[in-house]
Design a protein around this ligand. Structure first.
Ligand SMILES: [Zn+2]
Length: 364
């Protein structure tokens, strides 16, 4: 596959990450690392000596190198409209502690920030190297300012990074929750062997994240707002000011509205059983998602689309319907495959993704 020429620093960071990724799965000798990464033995030796000096790697008696994952911990805080999930994970993405908090009871941002600082502070220990915070977008990831997330007044124009950094005394990075999920999929999930993919979060809204050429793509900081891709110029007016946005046609909220179903898994189960109303709704959702995915892949020529959010508990039929839509429409359909897969279901996904923001910063 053709790749963009990168500068030396990029190559160095990329090679270092490639070695860490392999060692996350199992201990390997330098020779095995060279074979699997395609790097020279000399390059592997230089990089691994550096990682050993940073205490990230150690060598076993049989000369295999292993990652000291448990020595490097990261705190994660995910704030969403459904509530807060916070806890700790290690370098391999293993969750070490996880707690769910309701948002009710916080009357102001200041109250929320104080409580988060307090609870996170109780989790910290000397092995914790950084903190990742994921919030509903749009957010300016450079400054940590949450701009104007729809239906979420508590965070409106608030700088979560500034509010917590001083209180916790550790490197802290903020991302929107779609970017956080995308980082997780890239490091440890369905995207770990992929360089070009779209992540779609389907829940009360629709969020997106892009990995292009192996990296999270940000544009000027606010890329991948696929929920606000217009599919119908005469469609209903969206909060964003555009008409006929994907989110208003294919989010869980939009699909369930006015139906006899009260949850997405309930709808999917009924559709699998042949219920005509459920099948119609699921086909409608798949058609809209397929339309948006086709637009994105025609523009960017992706390897895969990873769907997460409500569908992960029962994804099969939706994936099949979306794939049919996309494979009937995309320009590359006779040239190469486009995988449409679901993220793995895990109850601590929000925390794991938030902690991965800190892991990603640390490894970079
Ligand atoms: Zn919109």
């Amino acid at each position: 596959m053709a790749r963009k020429i990168r500068n030396a620093a990029d190559i160095g960071a990329g090679n270092r990450l490639a070695i860490i990724r392999l060692l996350r799965q199992e201990p390997l000798t330098r020779a095995e690392l060279a074979r699997r990464t395609g790097l020279t033995r000399a390059a592997v030796t230089i990089i691994s000596e550096r990682l050993i000096s940073e205490d990230l790697l150690r060598e076993k008696k049989d000369r295999r190198l292993f990652l000291q994952s448990d020595q490097f911990q990261f705190a994660g805080i995910d704030i969403s409209r459904h509530g807060i999930q916070l806890g700790l994970a290690d370098l391999s993405g293993q969750t070490l502690a996880c707690q769910d908090l309701a948002l009710t009871g916080f009357d102001s941002f200041e109250q929320l920030a104080a409580s988060l600082a307090d609870r996170t502070g109780q989790l910290l220990n000397p092995k914790v190297r950084g903190i990742g915070i994921s919030v509903p977008g749009p957010v300016d990831a450079r400054s940590g300012l949450v701009i104007n997330p729809p239906r979420f007044g508590l965070l409106q124009e608030k700088n979560i990074q500034a509010a917590l950094a001083g209180r916790l005394g550790l490197p802290l990075r903020v991302e929107n929750n779609a970017a956080a999920r995308t980082l997780w999929e890239k490091h440890l999930g369905q995207g770990r062997a992929l360089d070009n993919f779209l992540l779609l979060i389907v829940d009360s809204g629709i969020g997106g994240g892009l990995v292009l050429d192996g990296r999270l793509y940000r544009g000027l900081g606010f890329a991948a707002e696929i929920g606000h891709m217009s599919l119908d110029p005469a469609g209903p007016l969206c909060e964003c000011g555009n008409r006929g946005c994907l989110e208003n046609a294919a989010s869980t909220t939009a699909v369930l509205k006015g139906s006899s179903f009260c949850s997405w898994p309930g709808l999917a189960r009924a559709a699998e059983g042949g219920d005509p109303e459920a099948l119609g709704l699921l086909r409608g959702q798949a058609e809209k998602l397929g339309q948006a995915i086709t637009n994105v892949t025609n523009l960017l020529d992706l390897e895969a689309v990873i769907i997460t959010g409500d569908p992960v508990s029962r994804p099969q039929l939706l994936l099949q319907l979306v794939k049919e839509q996309v494979d009937a429409r995309r320009i590359t359909r006779q040239i190469h495959a486009l995988a449409v897969v679901a993220a793995d279901f895990r109850p601590d996904a929000a925390l794991a993704a938030a902690a991965m923001i800190a892991v990603d910063s640390f490894l970079a």
